[in-house]
Design a protein around this ligand. Structure first.
Ligand code: NAD
Ligand code: IPM
Ligand code: MN
Length: 357
């Protein structure tokens, strides 16, 4: 089994190093090949997604991705910015289904910014569509306005767009995920304002007839953002578009204690996948050895489960993470009084020790 490992920028290489050690410790014969991506790709070969990196990603069975982006690249033309690497991989490989599980481990209820009783036992799954929406719709650009309120001035424009088959395919993923859980699916949209969302809601409702055993509800995204912090445990599976899912999953991450705890899987129709933490390159803490590697380690576990068919090994990693949390190990983002503050390397080592026991 070949795994493409793309560390990227900022804390990417630091957290990926720990996830790689975890994979090495499993005793499987993975073939692991690394390649530069994002700002590192741009520096190495003038493009955030170098041809060789894309080729490797395509031929590998699975991809483990760190994070991309740094303010030093923010003034490059958009097509050369680091973020285009992850957007390009998702698009080129048709990774349309993004699973972001927000689980609050009992040891971390105190680390959440919400009251412990609101988050204790939380286990929700956000299913985010990843290939469409305003992210990829054309036309988009910046131009001189010829109409509107201020003709002759600059205006920016993007196109929010979803086709029926795109909604259907992510809908199936979400309904099937709900079937394996509490059979409750909440579809989040903004159909009171947006035509894209009206189509989304209509299609989800029609699809729901094929899943009579799953309770389908609909919620506007503004209300969903509020309900997520009011009563997050009322949700089971949430399905939503690319932009709303991006925002809601960052919000959900704080319910688990930190964005450093939120893994993700981005899957195609055949469960080939790219696995990455939901967070970014965290330039504010990069190079300090203090980033939380657990979201990346848990992403590696998702890779073993969804793409490589190694459920027992995935569970081993998740149990090891649970163990280190109960032993009191905490990176700064999840630190609370009475626990042991450690850096990235020590946290990774604690997971390795727990795996060896
Ligand atoms: P971010 O997720 O990188 O950081 C937000 C905050 O969370 C920061 O304070 C950071 O220190 C903290 N944080 C994130 N991950 C952490 C971890 N593992 N441990 C401890 N703290 C952690 O988001 P941002 O600051 O908005 O973006 C920074 C850069 O990352 C930008 O260039 C952005 O485009 C990029 N980005 C990339 C991805 C990706 O590669 N998939 C995802 C999100 C953002
Ligand atoms: C994420 C990130 C990306 C997104 C950026 C870096 C393009 O925020 O993976 O959540 O918006 O999807
Ligand atoms: Mn995001």
């Amino acid at each position: 089994m070949k795994i493409a490992v793309l560390p990227g920028d900022g804390i990417g290489p630091e957290i990926i190093a720990e996830a790689k050690l975890v994979l090495d410790a499993l005793g499987e014969s993975f073939e692991i090949e690394e390649a530069p991506v994002g700002g590192a790709g741009y520096k190495a070969s003038g493009h955030p997604l170098p041809d060789a990196t894309l080729k490797l990603a395509k031929e590998a069975d699975a991809i483990l991705f760190g994070s991309v982006g740094d303010f030093q690249f923010d003034n490059l033309p958009r097509e050369l910015r680091p973020e285009q690497a992850i957007l390009g991989l998702r698009k080129h490989l048709s990774l349309f289904a993004n699973l972001r599980p927000a689980i609050c481990y009992k040891e971390l209820t105190a680390a959440s910014s919400l009251k412990p009783e609101i988050v204790a036992g939380l286990d929700i799954l956000i299913v985010r569509e990843l290939n469409g929406d305003v992210y990829f719709g054309s036309p988009k650009g910046i131009r001189t306005s010829t109409d509107g309120l201020f003709p002759g001035t600059r205006e920016g424009f993007d196109t929010m767009r979803y086709s029926e088959p795109e909604v259907i395919r992510i809908g199936h993923v979400a309904f099937n995920a709900a079937r394996k859980r509490q059979r409750r699916l909440c579809s989040v949209d903004k159909s009171n304002v947006l035509e894209t969302s009206q189509l989304w809601r209509d299609v989800m409702t029609e699809l729901g007839k094929e899943y009579p055993d799953v309770e389908l509800t609909h919620m506007y995204v503004d209300n969903a953002a509020m309900q997520l912090v009011r009563a997050p445990k009322a949700f089971d599976v949430v399905v939503t578009g690319n932009l709303f899912g991006d925002i809601l999953s960052d919000e959900a991450s704080m319910l688990t204690g930190s964005i450093g705890m939120l893994p993700s899987a981005s899957l195609d129709a055949n469960n080939k996948g790219l696995y990455e933490p939901s967070h970014g390159s965290a330039p504010d803490i990069a190079g300090k050895g203090i980033a939380n590697p657990l979201a990346t380690i848990l992403s590696a576990a998702m890779m073993l489960r969804y793409t490589l068919g190694l459920e027992a090994q995935a569970a081993r990693i998740e149990n090891a993470v649970q163990t280190v949390l109960s032993q009191g190990y905490r990176t700064g983002d999840i630190f609370t009084e009475g626990t042991k503050k450690v850096g990235t390397r020590e946290m990774g080592q604690a997971v390795l020790n727990a795996l060896a026991d």
